[in-house]
Design a protein around this ligand. Structure first.
Ligand SMILES: [Zn+2]
Length: 101
């Protein structure tokens, strides 16, 4: 899924979710992308506003999340290596206090 910030021809800004970039182009060319603000106010006979993409906002993929977790784990390991075991134990105690609190 991909989110776009869309702007209708009447200046309303709204969010639209699409399967992909092509899906947006296809739906928009068929004027299937309707502005939620203009749609309720549209007078009979007027053409639907054509949405304009302002910025794409891609959701992080599952793969990207997995990579982030992997990197995070490595960073934690490096951090633990750098500090003394005593300090690690204190940190863990503090952390468990935070979690249980
Ligand atoms: Zn509008």
């Amino acid at each position: 899924m991909i989110a776009f910030d869309l702007k209708c021809s009447r200046g309303h800004i709204f969010e639209g979710w699409f399967q992909n970039n092509h899906s947006f182009e296809k739906q928009n060319s068929k004027k299937l992308v309707s502005c939620p603000f203009a749609a309720t106010r549209r007078s009979a006979g007027s053409s639907p506003p054509v949405a304009t993409r302002i910025s794409p906002r891609e959701e992080p993929s599952k793969e990207a999340i997995a990579i982030d977790y992997g990197r995070l784990a490595k960073e934690v390991v490096e951090y633990v290596k750098r500090i003394s075991m005593t300090w690690a134990m204190i940190s863990l105690k503090r952390l468990s206090k935070c979690i249980t609190a």
